[in-house]
Design a protein around this ligand. Sequence first.
Ligand code: PHB
Length: 541
Amino acid sequence: MDVVGPLERGLAVLRVMSAPGGHRMRPSELARATGLARSTVDRVVATLVHLGHLREIDREVELAPPLMEPGNAYLAGCGIPDALGPVAERLADEFDESVSVAVPDGDGVRFVTQITRRRTMSLAFRIGDLLPAERCAPGPIFAAEWDEAARAAWRARRASPEHFPAVPARPAVEAEEFDRRVAHAAADGWAADDQLIEPGLIAVAVPVRGPSGHTACAVSVVSHTSRHTVASLAEATLPRLREEASAMEAALARVLAERASGGPGAAAAAAAGADPARTAKRELGPEFLQSLARGLTVLCALDGTRSLSEVAESTGLARATARRALLTLEHLGYVEHAGRDFRPLPRVLELGYAHLSSLGFAEIVQPHMADLVRRTHESASMAVLDGDDIRYVARVPAYKIMSVDITVGTRLPAYATSMGRVLLAGLPHTERAARLAGAGPRPITGRTVTDPAELAKIVEGATEQGHAFVDEELEEGLRSLAVPVRDGAGQVVAALNVATHAARGPVEETLAALLPPLTETASRIEADLRAVTRGRRLRLP
Ligand code: PHB
């Protein structure tokens, strides 16, 4: 088999960094953990940093949200989160329990949707986490469809315990016990987990079939022994789960039919165009591993079942190059092919997805804001609109004494702040006017604009220019410049600013120095937010 070495080694680095404790490492540690030469690790890292999948911080590298793109392409292509997500949300509300959706992945079970409602201190799984089939509710449902080879693989895995980092270690489950649960699942169409993962945690699951008639995924309701026994949980939820399973099967068939007739999906369209690895190679020279970059481009473009020609076309790669990448990815277990069609496998989610999908808003924005502060030597903040106020949700102070004393949670009147003005500019006109009038603007300094008509004009100006600048209206000597931060749908969800002193120099110079890094930082934050929130709601602090 003609595997693409750099792609294989790049994925090995990403796997090591996806394991618990590996999300941030020194290149020397990476060399030790992967067994690769230090020079190889350096080139892999340089390439992945250039692609945005890793980020360098001091002497370490860490996983970055754009690495979620391959997983996002898999999730979009499999149709399950899109088709089942809304129903799962509804069921979680109805039962007031966590609801998850998982797919079979070899002899494991991998989560693709999680609606978490945990009140007790039990562990919660993340999208991308892998459980051993014998230790969870969906496992027996999937195992009921295993062939002899799959059963043999399961037995072999249990004989030499590979570890499942998402679950606490427990003594192995007896094979006979698992067989009984598999037979029960096949006969009754549901399965349970009675504290197989950890004491107190229980779940019941039902299968959801794909258009082929095979089980595509399982929906679990997860509870705790403080609220339910397995029997009472099954009694309370199974009738509704079964009812909704048919609705989910119909929704899944509909989504997949749409995907199949719609041609290349969003991921492929986004990747379309000339092979970007070529320009990077010119810029970075031998440090840049073109075939690693191309392999990852292929994985990002694979949002569902695609023919070799479609992959070549959407990535701008030569057919032979795309084919070698696909076959390497197949060899490594990330892609499957039937005839001329290739499709991504759930294992794609093992590449950092669980860690990155669980990052909070502050963790996503913090590194970008720290970088902005390094570049501008000024303090950076982020805020959201909260009534007539802005509320700070993140802040990185510059290392100098500023007169403003602001921390996360601080509120300031929106009308007198640059962030407030770009946030107001993101609202529909009528709502904007109502908030400006309702806020009762009052002079805070001698320069504060308080006339609602003039404020409306300023906010309109912020819409047109894409930024707002406030010069000593909030505090003498304080200037601040803000830009909007938008979510994947283009909605303004937050504002980013840098604050500076009037003494720094003329307004034009301040703007010329601060606006480019500020705008650049906002678009990097937006790219990360898009990757992390694809198909999910953005939870603002
Ligand atoms: C979960 O979604 O957290 C979950 C699902 C099935 C189990 C246990 C936990 O068996």
